[in-house]
Design a protein around this ligand. Structure first.
Ligand code: PLP
Length: 378
């Protein structure tokens, strides 16, 4: 006779453990490519990382942290929160740091969404926000962005009594355009105060437009607004996984209850603190980006390509849907030249490529290769 253990083993032999039904429906996240066949050291412009790397002071702080790796990090994140507070003139008590802004968005979703709740996700916001909400069993309602950035009326028109959260990125991704201050204020004014608005500013540090609002002062009169920021972009610390949020203490409370105490590691905290304090370095990276965006847009437009409006550290190019100059052919042409872009489906079937602003020689290479591509019969 079979033992109980053997019976369980037989009964489960053909059945794999099943994830929760919401998770089962998710498609896995696809990272930007980092290899180009035949090129040992390709120009990687597929993930909006900073080609400049972090500030030398951040690298030093990271090395110095090596001596303290046997210690747990400061779970209260005091030094980094006060550095962010100093640089952005914010109250450190309203800041929480995390393992990338992506983790902070996950914590917000877990703290505020229950199965069946509705979350309005603006069309070109960060894809992980949507994935977290779906995994939580929430219903995702997408608000289109007909003017290339979050659209207040499209969002407001989708608010129902079941709406618990709104997620938008400004600048958005993969376009790089931003919601204007007046429009954002109008959105906040027309959203019930019980609905959390997650305002994702991953690319905010690059923006030089005067009518962009980083959202911090809005949190002060609208406690349902949460701003998320990252060290992955202008601070060049994508590999460290460190980001932060700014919000009202009442909204923060449930996030703190579920945050694991050591979610930001000791090396990341140290590097980010030194990086954020090196404002001269950040200014230099921002200026480089703004100069190149202007030149790139001008030169690509002269080639007959459409470049979407952008204030971030990347630009989205629309190619022809058919003929010799499709995005697919352009991607192959760039890859064959050792340049890695990010193909995206922003305005039609596979007709766009998103490219990160690189170092001088990298941007020159992109312009040269695309000029050659547009004059070739492919
Ligand atoms: C709009 C947007 N938000 C958030 C993130 C993620 O940032 P982090 O590296 O801090 O998780 C990205 C990453 O590309 C992004 O594009």
């Amino acid at each position: 006779m079979a033992t109980a253990k053997e019976m369980v083993k037989e009964a489960t032999a053909n059945a794999a453990p099943a994830p929760n039904s919401a998770v089962q429906k998710l498609a896995p996240y696809k990272q930007g490519k980092s290899e180009a066949e035949g090129h040992e050291d390709p120009i990687k412009l597929s993930s909006n990382e900073s080609p400049h790397g972090p500030s030398p002071l951040a690298i030093k702080a990271h090395h110095d942290a090596g001596n303290r790796l046997f210690r747990y990090p400061d779970g209260a994140q005091v030094d980094l929160r006060s550095a962010i507070g100093d640089v952005f003139s914010l109250d450190p008590a309203r800041i929480v740091c995390g393992n990338g802004s992506e983790e902070l968005q996950l914590l917000l979703v877990r703290a505020y969404l229950s199965p069946g709740d509705e979350v309005i996700v603006s069309e070109h916001s960060f894809v992980m926000g949507k994935i977290h909400a779906l995994a939580q069993g929430a219903t995702v309602v997408t608000a289109p962005e007909p003017n290339y950035h979050a659209d207040v009326d499209e969002i407001i028109g989708r608010i129902t009594p079941a709406t618990r959260m709104i997620m938008l990125a400004s600048p958005n991704n993969p376009i790089g355009d931003y919601i204007r201050r007046n429009d954002f204020v109008r959105l906040v004014e027309n959203t019930p105060s019980s609905v959390i608005i997650v305002y994702d500013g991953a690319y905010a540090d690059y923006v030089t437009a005067p009518d962009y609002d980083p959202g911090f002062s809005i949190v002060d009169w609208a406690p349902n607004v949460v701003v998320t920021r990252t060290f992955s972009k202008i601070y060049g610390l994508a590999g460290m996984r460190i980001g932060w949020l700014y919000c009202d203490p009442v909204v923060m409370d449930p996030v703190q209850r579920i945050r694991t105490p050591f979610n930001a590691n000791i090396a990341a905290l140290a590097a980010a603190e030194a990086g954020v304090r090196d404002t001269k370095y950040t200014d230099k990276v921002r200026s480089h980006n703004a100069l190149w965006l202007k030149r790139i847009k001008k030169e690509l437009t002269a080639l007959g390509l459409f470049v979407f409006p952008t204030v971030a550290n990347f630009y989205l190019i629309r190619f022809s849907e058919t003929g010799p100059h499709t995005a697919k052919k352009a991607a192959r042409f760039l890859m064959n030249s050792g340049i890695i872009p990010r193909p995206v489906n922003a305005g039609g079937p596979n007709d766009c490529l998103r490219i990160t602003v690189g170092l001088d020689y990298e941007n020159e290479a992109v312009l040269e290769v695309l000029t050659e591509f547009m004059s070739a019969e492919n």
